[in-house]
Design a protein around this ligand. Structure first.
Ligand code: 5SP
Length: 217
């Protein structure tokens, strides 16, 4: 059984000690560093912008997995690439021209991701699944860390996995929101490849141990 990719979400980290938090992630068994960008429009919260992503990138020894929760993401994709993003995910709900947006991200040399909200059916991705490197399945409503995992996600991941297999695609499935050691194994069994975890990692007394446990699930 392949091991999951673990992507701790810095949204839950101590922003006043960001360099220390990134050093901890560098020393941990995390594979990617998940960075949440919120604009107060697509989601009812504002998180961080380009200068903070640049600062994280300066210290990070791991790829930055940037999740754009913003309207009209095509306006900023290039800037986030320049700031250090390795993966860029845009929300399907924010992209009337998703195919074009995916090509734009790939042309910059990034992994092209699509995030989908809990109410959005996976079937809407069928015609572009071969163009998507990563689907970020939101298992909470985007905008805030520390929310309760939505149980319907398991079924959704199974359906998405089937869609990927049927298309002969190699798209990774990432789960974002409320991930912990209680649901991780079931998510991987349903077809998940990447686990994003924010509060479960950063609120733990020993975040590195939690990351190690998630990687070993
Ligand atoms: O995108 C988001 C929230 O919108 C997530 O990446 C959260 O940051 C995950 O945090 P936890 O639910 O694990 O606390």
């Amino acid at each position: 059984m392949p091991r999951p990719i673990i992507a701790p979400s810095v949204l839950a980290s101590d922003f006043a000690n960001l360099q220390r938090e990134i050093t901890m992630l560098n020393e941990s068994e995390a594979h990617w560093i998940h960075v949440d960008i919120m604009d107060g429009m697509f989601v009812p919260n504002i998180s961080m912008g380009l200068p903070v992503v640049e600062a994280i990138h300066r210290h990070a020894a791991k790829p930055l997995d940037v999740h754009l929760m913003i309207v009209q993401p095509e306006r900023y994709v290039e800037a986030f690439r320049a700031a250090g993003a390795a993966n860029i995910s845009v929300h399907v709900e924010a992209c009337p021209h998703l195919h074009r947006n995916l090509q734009q991200i790939k042309a910059l040399g990034c992994r092209a991701g699509v995030a989908i909200n809990p109410h959005t059916p996976v079937q809407g991705l069928a015609d572009v699944i071969g163009d998507i490197d990563l689907v970020c399945v939101m298992s909470v409503n985007p905008g805030f860390g520390g929310q309760k995992f939505i149980e319907h996600t398991y079924r959704k991941v199974q359906m998405l996995k089937q869609l990927i297999v049927d298309a002969g695609a190699s798209t990774l499935i990432e789960i974002d929101g409320g991930v912990n050691l209680q649901n991780a194994r079931r998510l991987l069994d349903a077809g998940a490849d990447v686990l994003v975890a924010g509060s479960f990692v950063f609120q733990a007394p020993d975040p590195k141990a939690v990351i190690r446990d998630l990687a070993a699930v």
